[in-house]
Structures are given as structure tokens and as C-alpha cells.
Design a binder for this molecule. Structure first.
Ligand code: IPM
Ligand code: MN
Length: 359
């Protein structure tokens, strides 16, 4: 197959982790006879430095005409503590999500037995954890009206959801649950928020169309506790934009390293794939960051392109490195390998050229 892939390196460690994924996608293309055409484009602090805008129009055009987008990370500390900054790197990502109608963010949370010791949770609570968070990504408080009064003393962020917005992401989550353990948990704050009550209503209305899926409802404060107490109970978690932002970061520490987890943002057209970690500026350029989150995002990208076998080869490569102790500094601060070495090893695995002396 011929596919156009937009590549956005972004900020901090974005370029170096994305480079590993491209290397592995090239190996996939060679082994399975595909052609991947990459177009590099700008977003985030990098784009502000080079063009003045966090999301140049050209990036939107390239992404709109691509089959998939591979993205690294966004953010730079110089913007974080400046509440008056008018232009922020994150605006680029938010605008891209909206422009491409990427209304569902999918974050699988899995655990690896070799990493149990890194998790703040006890091993017995980690066995069998396998959940996927579906976060609504283009609505809610993130995209509502924002205002600061003239005297600068009153601020407003509005949260709005329409039935249509809730329905489209809920349908994806229901369908996804049907292919898994058939359990959907809607996380909301329906005891307080009108938008949450609409979410509950819409999910209840859709439920008869998916009779094999068991639906539960959970308040977000309780859900944040349950995620730590008994993460095994979750299969597919569906939630609105801001709750999903918070809960997916919370859930990410279950696996032991934020550096391991991938995500997909899907919508009506092209889809975007990115590790869930941030730009980690302290590690930028040092070749120490964990590229696994990006590489597993590339696997999700392959799945999205209908290349399931290719995706499972990449995942097997990741598992192979973990099983053989080929890990980055975040996983083993003493015996660790560089970002690019991990990328090379997974590439070799995909190319079926395992290093000599290691089976
Ligand atoms: C994420 C990030 C973004 C978000 C930021 C960078 C705007 O935290 O993808 O979860 O809040 O959605
Ligand atoms: Mn976030």
C-alpha cells in the first residue's frame, strides 16, 4: 500500500522519539512492501519560533490530505509560567484537533509484568489491568467561550456539549467495547453538572443498540479513586474532554512509566497518533527519552491504516526489548540503553535481524 504520513516532530523530546518511529515504519514498509511518504510539518513552540504561529496553515493542509499523522510532543517551559502569553504552543494542538475533527482520543492502558516494580500500585492490583480510555476531544470546557473581565478579576470558561457531539464519541466507545470485554463505564459528574446529565441520557439512549455491552456510570471523583484502588474493574472508560485529560494522566502511571503509553485521536478523516507523554524538555537532545510511547503510537497508526499484522510485529518488537532488559533510563536508571538503540533494536526485530547472541 501507498500511504501519506504527516510527521510533526514538535517540541522537546518530540523529534528524537518520532525519529525512532519513522525508522520502524520504514522497516515495516520494507518488510511488507508498502511505501510510506512522509511530509514533515511544524506545530507547537518549534512552529512559534520559526513562523510566529503554533499551527501554520500549511500544517493543517498537509494533515488534511494525509492518511495519518505521527506527532511527537508539545510544550516549552518558557510559556508555562507566563499566564499573559498570547501565543502558546498548546493552542496549535487544540486547533489541529478542531480543524481535523479529531473528536475521540483513545488511550489504552496496559501493564507489563517486567515493569510492575515501577508502578506505585501493588503487583496484585496490576495483574490483568487492560483498559482503554475514550476521551471526547473537541468539545466541552476546552472549546467553550473564554473571557476575562476588563478589570482582570473575573474569568469565565464555558462548558457546552450537544447530543450529536456526545453520540459520535459514545458510538465509537460502544463499538470498541463490543470487540473487548463488553463493559463500558461512563465517567461524569451528573450529580452536579447539566452537561454530565446529558451525557448520561445520551449513553442510556444508545445502550439498547448495543445490548451485549454492560454500561456503568461513575462519578469522576469516585472514578479517580477507583482507578488506583481497583483498575482491573475497567474495560472501556468513556468521558468528556477535561475529565478525560485528568483521568488519562492518572491512569498512565499504573503501567509504571509514562513513557510507554500511546494514543490515537480519531475523527471523521485523518487520525493523529502521539505518545501521551509531554515534551520533557530536560531530556531533549540527550538520547535518553523512552521512545516506546511513540513506537506504540506508530503501531496504532498501522492498525488505523488496516495493517494489523504489521502493527502486531511492532508491538512484539517492543515486548521483546522489555523482556530482554533493553530499556531506557526511566525504566532502569543503572543499566539503560539510549533512545536510538531501542529504536534500532525494534527496527531489527521488525526486519527479523535480531542482534547476534540474543534470541
Ligand atoms: C493532552 C495534553 C493537552 C490537553 C494539552 C497539551 C493542551 O495535556 O493531550 O492530554 O490538555 O489535551
Ligand atoms: Mn493531558
Amino acid at each position: 500500500m501507498n500511504k501519506n504520513i504527516a510527521v510533526i516532530n514538535g517540541d522537546g523530546i518530540g523529534p528524537e522519539v518520532t525519529k525512532q518511529s519513522v525508522k520502524i515504519l520504514d522497516a515495516v514498509a520494507a518488510r511488507y512492501g508498502h511505501t510510506f511518504q512522509y511530509t514533515y510539518c511544524l506545530m507547537g513552540a518549534d512552529a512559534i519560533d520559526k513562523t510566529g504561529s503554533p499551527l501554520p496553515d500549511e500544517t493543517i493542509e498537509v494533515c488534511l490530505s494525509s492518511d495519518a499523522i505521527l506527532f511527537g510532543a508539545i510544550g516549552h517551559p518558557k510559556y508555562d509560567n507566563d499566564p499573559t502569553a498570547k501565543v502558546r504552543p498548546e493552542q496549535g494542538l487544540l486547533k489541529l484537533r478542531k480543524s481535523l475533527q479529531l473528536f475521540a482520543n483513545i488511550r489504552p492502558v496496559s501493564t507489563y509484568s517486567t515493569l510492575h516494580h515501577l508502578s506505585p500500585l501493588k503487583s496484585k492490583n496490576l495483574e490483568g489491568v487492560d483498559m482503554v480510555i475514550f476521551r471526547e476531544l473537541t468539545g466541552g470546557i476546552y472549546f467553550g467561550k473564554k473571557q476575562l473581565s476588563e478589570d482582570g478579576n473575573t474569568a469565565l470558561d464555558e462548558c457546552t456539549y450537544t447530543r450529536a457531539e456526545i453520540e459520535r464519541v459514545s458510538r465509537l466507545a460502544f463499538a470498541y467495547a463490543q470487540g473487548r470485554r463488553k463493559h463500558l463505564t461512563l465517567v461524569d459528574k451528573a450529580n452536579v453538572l447539566e452537561t454530565s446529565r446529558l451525557w448520561r441520557k445520551v449513553v442510556q439512549d444508545l445502550s439498547p443498540e448495543y445490548p451485549d455491552v454492560k454500561v456503568d456510570f461513575m462519578f469522576v471523583d469516585n472514578a479517580s479513586m477507583q482507578l488506583m484502588l481497583n483498575p482491573k474493574q475497567f474495560d472501556v472508560v468513556l468521558t468528556e474532554n477535561m475529565f478525560g485529560d485528568i483521568l488519562s494522566d492518572e491512569a498512565s502511571i499504573i503501567s509504571g512509566s509514562l513513557g510507554m503509553l500511546p494514543s490515537a485521536s480519531v475523527g471523521t478523516g485523518s487520525a493523529l497518533f502521539e505518545p501521551i507523554h509531554g515534551s520533557y524538555p530536560q531530556a531533549a537532545g540527550k538520547d535518553i527519552a523512552n521512545p516506546t510511547g511513540s513506537i506504540l503510537s506508530a503501531a496504532m497508526l498501522l492498525d488505523h491504516l488496516g495493517m494489523a499484522e504489521e502493527a502486531s510485529q511492532v508491538r512484539a518488537g517492543v515486548e521483546w526489548t522489555l523482556a530482554h532488559g533493553f530499556v531506557t533510563k526511566d525504566i532502569d536508571p543503572v543499566n539503560y540503553y539510549s533512545t536510538s538503540t531501542i529504536g534500532d533494536l525494534i527496527r531489527d526485530y521488525v526486519e527479523q535481524k535480531l542482534p547476534a547472541g540474543v534470541d
